[in-house]
Design a protein around this ligand. Sequence first.
Ligand code: FMN
Length: 320
Amino acid sequence: MMDWTDRHCRYLHRLLSAHTLLYTEMVTAAALVRGGALHLLAFSPQEHPVALQLGGSDPAELARAAKLGAQAGYDEINLNVGCPSDRVQSGAFGAVLMQQPGLVADCVAAMQDAVAVPVTVKCRIGVDDQTPEEVLPEFLARIVAAGCERLIIHARKAWLQGLSPKENRDIPPLDYDLVMQMKGLFPNLHISINGGITTLEQAAAFLEAGLDGVMIGRAAYHDPAAVLCRADPVIFGRGEASTAEQAAEAMLPYIEAHLAEGGKLGQVTRHMLGLFNGRPGARLWRRTLSEGAHLPGAGPELVEQALRAVPAVDGLRDTG
Ligand SMILES: Cc1cc2nc3c(=O)[nH]c(=O)nc-3n(C[C@H](O)[C@H](O)[C@H](O)COP(=O)(O)O)c2cc1C
């Protein structure tokens, strides 16, 4: 999620769940290929399995960017066909590509030719005055024919005029049924659903109903422990539940290494603020980190100090 997530966030989330697939925020193919911004590809080996999301609409440039991503070690390359921001629209990629399934198919085919890892797509159900029941199956058929075997559907339209990106994540109504129908039409396509899903129980219900995956964005960022601590046993049926405390402690050496490389404490701790949401001490934890992280000399001790604000609990809290 642009401006929110980064490699530090993914490192934290990986400590909470070993098996959840993590995605980068969108990186534009132009930044990598024309801008040479290869630092955008850096990640820690612990983040695997991790997918790189690319933005672009030039098949040759996307192919080159996909190759750079695969060479950097990403497990999947995903194409963004869902972002409605003006900046992205003016670059003629993101959600506007819902209107150009042929071009998306060309992009997917070129990317697929360039890399051995899976090339996937994240799309909307339609844009503007499109009729999702008509355009979505056609869109899927085109990208499947181009070699796409996995996709994520954000189950709402994007309105390209008149709504901000934030409003476009809340105002167009969700249509989960349509995504379910797509699974019926394309039984061999690996389909993940996204949009408005906030609990593991909801996610498990979608899997039970026949979908192949569930992507959780905002809830996982704001309340990472509630979404991720039980994901391994509940969703993947392997591994044990983690705890927020274990993850916070395991971040200490990571933070130390980040500071030793000249990084700032707040760059990491900003992703940890919601770790204890809903638990006694959560407010003091947040305050200790947000007020202290920017002070000169602040280091991992601040996280240890903040941890002392959180009373130990037996077992895990009820995330009901
Ligand atoms: C701050 C922010 C940045 C986002 N950036 C991206 C992005 O880079 N790529 C993308 O595919 N979706 C992006 N999204 C959309 C989310 O991935 C997701 O599709 C959307 O929030 C709906 O899912 P949710 O209700 O689980 O959050 C972003 C969302 C937010 C809140």
